[in-house]
Design a protein around this ligand. Structure first.
Ligand SMILES: Nc1ncnc2c1ncn2[C@@H]1O[C@H](COP(=O)(O)OP(=O)(O)OP(=O)(O)O)[C@@H](O)[C@H]1O
Ligand SMILES: [Mg+2]
Length: 252
């Protein structure tokens, strides 16, 4: 059974822009799915719907067999904008999800201080978000999304504002934690290498209105290392995703 199902999602914004058209997706428990597609094809719209933050115009989302109507504690998310609370320190931002009532009873959460350390923000626990760079704010948002050890984590261009080395370290961290916690992932990214590094399956979306036009299975062993990027198996997968993207661009 799918942990998360998106069934025939269509979304039309009030200004008439059709962002998604009949988007179908099934994510199994512990499965890692990456979604790539051209800018503006509806990826963020899809992820907001999967997080229960946006009600699609048509279609619906099922999470653990129940209709998803609002955000739930079991789905962690990190969006393109870090959206930190400015009046809270870095540590208090990461602790925020743990304060949600539904989670107090849940035992399996991660240590906020250890997570801040892992994302490279040791020493910044007590500063306020306005003193951080864009990339640092994204790392706080990642720690905040991980702190509840959610069974499903949604990431929207999580590492876009980061330098290559930090980005590699953080994707490796997500890979490791996903294995350790049995966490399912849906990650939206422009970066084909990042999609392949993280995913079991890369879903390629058409241009707007977005819908899946193909997918590439990634059977690379885990844990993955960025050294694999230079290997023929990795390059072959990059080429296949690229070809699907090109086909989609050609069709539209
Ligand atoms: N709140 C909104 N109101 C109206 N139109 C919107 C809104 N949000 C997004 N759109 C439009 O919907 C389409 C899809 O936007 P979305 O942000 O989902 O794309 P995306 O694939 O995430 O793009 P990017 O790769 O650039 O992040 C775009 O044409 C965008 O202009
Ligand atoms: Mg987006």
């Amino acid at each position: 059974m799918c942990l998360l199902v998106a069934e025939n999602l269509t979304h039309i914004y009030p200004n008439g822009v059709e962002a998604l058209r009949r988007f179908n997706l099934c994510v199994q428990s512990s499965e890692r799915v990456a979604i790539v597609g051209p800018s503006g094809c509806g990826k963020s719209t899809l992820l907001r719907a999967l997080a229960g933050l946006l009600r699609p115009t048509e279609g619906h989302i099922m999470f653990r067999g129940e209709r998803l109507e609002r955000p739930v504690a079991e789905i962690g998310f990190m969006f393109q904008e870090a959206a930190l609370l400015p009046w809270r320190t870095v540590l208090q931002n990461v602790q925020l999800p743990l304060e949600m009532r539904a989670l107090r009873a849940q035992k399996k959460t991660l240590d906020p201080l250890a997570l801040l350390h892992e994302v490279g923000l040791a020493g910044f626990e007590h500063v306020r978000p306005h003193t951080l760079s864009g990339g640092m704010a994204q790392r706080v948002a990642l720690a905040r999304a991980l702190v509840t050890a959610p069974p499903l984590l949604l990431l929207d261009e999580p590492f876009g504002a980061l330098d290559a080395l930090t980005r590699e370290a953080l994707t490796a961290l997500v890979d490791r934690l996903a294995t350790q916690l049995g966490m399912a992932l849906v990650v939206v990214t422009h970066d084909i290498g990042e999609a392949i590094f993280l995913a079991d399956r890369v879903v390629v979306s058409s241009a707007r209105p977005g819908h899946p036009i193909g997918e590439v299975r990634v059977a690379l062993p885990r844990p993955r290392s960025w050294a694999m990027e230079g290997e023929p198996a990795f390059s072959y997968l990059v080429a296949r995703v690229r070809a699907l993207l090109a086909e989609g661009a050609h069709a539209s």
